[in-house]
Design a protein around this ligand. Structure first.
Ligand code: ADP
Ligand code: ZN
Length: 286
């Protein structure tokens, strides 16, 4: 018997099958096209295995309240064709097994807590800075959510005094995601993040905004670790700029761990989400 996992992204779905010790025995990537086509290809992969459970970490927003009709659905998403799709329900129809269902970033936070940069801790936040900004939270060993899952990428931030850019968020314009996700770098400079020089002034702004978010998360949730992932964080110099800004903005208020231990890169590069989904899938069998 095997455990299956899906890290469902807007671009691709990473699928894995592992044995009960969670050693991955098969893995594939399926492009996220239409729901029908994508589901057919997911079935084409998982049908080969006798699964005991499946863990799914999905792009969102998603319905997570089992008491509501939209449980298991992908809700209003910019990904064309996927709004109000009963993703979990379609999987459940195919496989009558226990499922775990959460957001991609929650799954990544869980993976990092159990086997990655926060191993041995009982709380962490995983923040991804990519096409969008999203965070997953684990507190006291459990994924943290209320009526819905948190949307910590859309918090308000104080503007950098030199920043006149209006922001990319279709809802709020200049929320954190609007001012600091990958597309904002390109919108300000005309150059994609990956091609920008290390000394471009925009990185200071970027660090200023991300650090503000980390200060807010620290003051509200006091996690043991904050783990940073996502395409934009491939800029190695950015981590130090964020740490410096964080220390400056905290201004000595509230004791927090040594910053180089506290704000870190992912411990499971490109794998936090799929490993977290496997772990959650396995727990769903218990
Ligand atoms: P997604 O968020 O779609 O899953 P990524 O995490 O790779 O994908 O994020 C893509 C965004 O990150 C794009 O805006 C891209 O320009 C930016 N990006 C990718 N690589 C880098 C890099 N090395 N430096 C800065 N920005 C990058
Ligand atoms: Zn927003």
């Amino acid at each position: 018997m095997y455990i299956g996992a899906i890290e469902a992204g807007g671009t691709k779905m990473v699928c894995a099958v592992a044995d009960e010790q969670l050693r991955i025995i098969a893995q594939t990537e399926i492009p996220t096209t239409t729901p029908e086509e994508t589901l057919a290809r997911l079935f084409g992969f998982f049908d080969h295995y006798s699964l005991k459970a499946l863990g799914v970490g999905s792009f969102g927003p998603i319905g997570i309240d089992p008491k509501k009709d939209d449980y298991g659905y992908i809700l209003e998403t910019p990904k064309v064709g996927w709004t109000n799709i009963d993703f979990l329900g379609s999987l459940k129809k195919r496989y009558a097994i226990p499922f775990a269902w959460t957001t991609d970033v929650n799954a990544a936070a869980y993976g990092e807590l159990k086997q990655g940069a926060a191993e041995g801790k009982s709380s962490c936040i995983y923040l991804t800075v990519g096409t969008g900004i999203g965070a997953g939270v684990v507190l006291d060993g459990n994924i943290f959510q209320g009526r819905a899952h948190p949307e910590m990428g859309h918090i308000r931030v104080k503007r950098h005094p030199d920043d006149y850019y209006e922001g990319t968020c279709p809802y709020h314009k200049d929320c954190l995601e609007g001012l600091a996700a990958g597309p904002s770098l390109e919108a300000r400079t005309g150059i994609k993040g990956q091609d920008l020089a290390q000394d471009a002034p925009v990185w200071e702004m970027q660090a200023y905004y991300i650090a503000q978010a980390l200060v807010t998360y620290t003051l509200t949730l006091a996690p043991e670790k904050i783990i940073l992932g996502g395409g934009v964080m491939n800029q190695d110099h950015l981590l130090d700029k964020i740490r410096q800004q964080f220390v400056e903005q905290m201004a000595g208020y509230m004791e927090s761990p040594e910053v180089s231990e506290y704000i870190v890169r992912w411990g499971l590069p490109n794998k936090s989400g799929i490993i977290g989904s496997l772990l959650l899938g396995k727990e769903a069998t218990a």
